[in-house]
Write a protein that binds this ligand. Structure first.
Ligand SMILES: Nc1nc2c(ncn2[C@@H]2O[C@H](COP(=O)(O)OP(=O)(O)OP(=O)(O)O)[C@@H](O)[C@H]2O)c(=O)[nH]1
Length: 380
């Protein structure tokens, strides 16, 4: 078949599967698992029908068993497909499904007569479904339930079943022993698989936390918690493009603490760090939450104000300058210092790159420093 003809038929199959299993990931997963249970049930019913046809089991009993067991599993599929269970903690109600599968299996043990040797391998497959979404307590509860169900099944065969002259008593005991072995080992394996899955999930959580941390380290300044230069460069590029398209004004300012070296020299580097943190908080409290303040490096900060007119920007920067000057920083009990800042600001011109704008704010900042500091200077 050529690729041209195989592609549409594949998409038809895909569409049919989507119709049967839906597109909702959790629901689809539950339907796939329950679909497998339906398939297993079909094989079990076929096997039991063959057993009955061979005269090894009562045909009427097998008929009613097949009807009850098949109805339960197909009704489960329909219930999940209807979406009724979609918001349940486990939309496939795996615990309940395995419970009635064990019940059906124990009933088959009773009615299968000499062919009851087919039951243990099927029980092993049923128990494997516990790997999908069951917790340790539920897995252990299923083991307990399985042991009780097969004790009852064994008792029924022994005391109430038809007299069996061909199966030696020892063989009947061996069947039950195999059932117990299957229940115990499959429970142990399911618990093991659960532990491995838990470990993998813990690793996945750890990994996403680490990725989050790395992203934070790459974009934030550790001391102040503000965006760093790398992050700001990207924001500047995007905001530059946005302003170019929308025609809205974009303002940029460089803020630099005055005589900051003296703070370090007089009170130590730790006090200097404290001042930088306090300064960042003070400025953030003055600006809008759409404005972006970044630590450019050392005691230099860059403020980006999108969709802000020059008049609004002038008022805002003047307020920032005055607030910093009026906010004393307490370094220790009784040790209070007053700070001032110099600001160079500019508005993005048509066809200007953000880096060129930054250069102009730098020149304006230099002018503010030369003019005596504690002032705001706008670039031409
Ligand atoms: N505590 C601390 N100091 C820093 C940090 N980064 C840079 N500095 C200091 O910031 C000071 C900057 O000094 P200068 O560039 O001379 O500037 P200034 O003293 O503020 O003088 P003007 O800017 O001209 O008013 C230096 O002493 C740097 O060591 C930091 O992360 N923490």
């Amino acid at each position: 078949m050529s690729p041209e003809t195989s592609a549409p038929s594949r998409s038809l199959l895909q569409r049919m599967l989507d119709l049967l299993l839906t597109n909702e990931p959790r629901q689809r997963m539950s339907l796939v698992t329950t679909g497998l249970a339906c398939l297993l049930m079909v094989f079990c019913i076929l096997a039991m029908k063959l057993v009955a046809a061979a005269g090894l089991a009562d045909e009427e009993l097998v008929h009613w068993w097949a009807l009850a067991s098949g109805a339960c599993v197909f009704a489960s599929f329909a219930l999940i497909r209807s979406g009724f269970t979609r918001h349940w903690h486990d939309p496939a109600f795996t615990h309940i499904q395995i419970t009635y599968a064990i019940t059906s299996n124990a009933a088959a043990y009773v009615i299968a007569g000499h062919a009851r040797g087919i039951v243990p391998p099927i029980l092993a497959v049923i128990m494997m479904f516990g790997v999908f979404g069951l917790g340790p307590a539920q897995i252990k509860a299923l083991l307990a339930y399985g042991l009780v169900a097969f004790c009852i099944a064994g008792a029924v065969v022994q005391w109430w079943g038809p007299p069996d002259t061909t199966t030696p008593g020892a063989l009947a005991a061996v069947y039950l022993l195999i059932v117990v072995m299957v229940l115990v080992t499959s429970t142990a394996l399911t618990l093991r698989a659960h532990a491995v899955r838990e470990r993998l999930q813990a690793k996945k959580r750890e990994l996403s936390r680490a990725v989050e941390q790395i992203r934070d380290l790459a974009t934030r300044d550790e001391l102040t918690g503000l965006p760093n230069r790398r992050y700001m460069l990207e924001v500047m590029r995007i905001e530059g493009l946005r302003a170019g398209r929308s025609g809205q004004p974009l303002l940029m300012a460089q803020l630099d603490l005055d005589f900051f070296k003296a703070v370090n020299d007089t009170y130590g580097h730790g006090a200097g760090d404290q001042v930088l943190q306090c300064f960042a908080r003070t400025v953030l409290a003055c600006v809008r939450n759409t404005d972006i303040l970044a630590r450019w490096g050392g005691e230099e900060f860059v403020l980006l104000m999108a969709d802000t007119s020059a008049e609004d920007g002038q008022r805002l920067l003047e307020r920032v300058r005055a607030t910093v000057a009026d906010t004393p920083v307490q370094l220790a009990p009784g040790v209070i210092i007053n700070l001032t800042i110099s600001i160079g600001a500019a508005q993005l011109n048509r066809d200007e790159t953000p880096l060129r704008l930054l250069q102009r704010t730098d020149e304006a900042l230099y002018s503010a420093k030369r003019q005596g500091r504690n002032s705001v200077v706008w670039a031409e």
